[in-house]
Design a binder for this molecule. Structure first.
Ligand code: KIV
Length: 271
């Protein structure tokens, strides 16, 4: 008889129950072992290995260049550090659009090679066959609508989405389609709070907001942004919970000064 470990990790049932109870879901991005350990031990519900790794880890201007291999590497690092959070991984640009078979094999690679618990993909009706293919393998999928950074060249910028009635209706239709296909959650990025409220109230699955207002069932931020490490990046929705840019700069300057004036290492810091 096979033995199963007593799994305490957050799962899609836990997240659904949180929506039913009205308990908000706290999600953050992370891409490496050390940060994943800290965020997990602090009690974050979902850790997203976002393709924003392309920006904050690799320094690219958009999320388009990141590869499946890069995402699997970051996911492996996070999985080694996080024991309780639900770990979700973005499928990168070009691995799921247009071809459900490719989508399924990319998602299976992520799940097999990283040990994460789910996949996130950007888009609605236009990728629904890929979403269904991934779901058919028993892989939990979170949809991502509104500002979808992988479509930046079509959107023409990182502005507010869903402003017109037609856009808002399309977003509600896409969210409903993703729910009907079997997605466990939908992330809504940079849309008016009233639209975030309408979509959240009409779906029975949890919605996660980044710039979609307080009525969504949960919130997500890029960890470097909420820690104040990304100097000069201050969108309206961002709340900075620390100013690590200043703290880290100060620490490094102190270290440089201590090395230069030979006050580091002191006698108790050497063998
Ligand atoms: O990759 C990412 O960081 C995202 C954000 C919207 C949270 O998808």
């Amino acid at each position: 008889m096979s033995q199963h470990k007593d799994i305490k990790r957050t799962n899609i049932q836990t997240l659904q129950a949180m929506k039913v109870k009205g308990e908000k879901i706290a999600m953050l991005t992370t891409y490496d072992y050390t940060m994943a350990t800290i965020l997990d031990q602090a009690g974050v519900d979902i850790l997203l290995v976002g393709d924003s790794a392309a920006n904050v880890m690799a320094g690219y201007e958009s999320t388009l260049p990141i590869t499946l291999e890069h995402m699997i590497y970051h996911a492996q690092c996070v999985v080694r550090g996080a024991k309780q959070a639900f770990i979700l991984v973005d499928l990168p640009f070009g691995t799921y659009q247009g071809n459900p078979r490719d989508a399924l094999s990319a998602a299976i690679r992520v799940m097999k090679e990283s040990g994460a618990q789910g996949i996130k993909v950007e888009g609605g009706a236009e990728i629904i066959d890929s979403v269904k293919a991934i779901l058919s393998a028993g892989i939990p999928v979170m949809g991502h609508l509104g500002l979808t950074p992988q479509s930046i060249n079509q959107l023409g910028g990182y502005g507010l989405q869903g402003k017109s009635e037609a856009e808002a209706n399309k977003l509600l239709e896409d969210a409903t389609l993703l729910q009907e296909a079997g997605c466990f959650s939908v992330l809504l990025e940079k849309i008016p709070a009233a639209l975030g409220k309408k979509i959240s109230e009409s779906l029975h699955i949890p919605t996660i907001s980044i710039g979609a207002g307080k009525y969504c069932d949960g919130q997500v931020l890029v960890v470097q942004d909420m820690m104040g490490m990304n100097k000069g990046f201050k969108p309206k929705f961002l709340r900075e919970y620390a100013n690590l840019f200043e703290v880290m700069t100060g620490a490094v300057q102190q270290y440089i000064s201590d090395v230069k004036d030979n006050s580091y290492p002191a006698s108790h810091e050497q063998y």
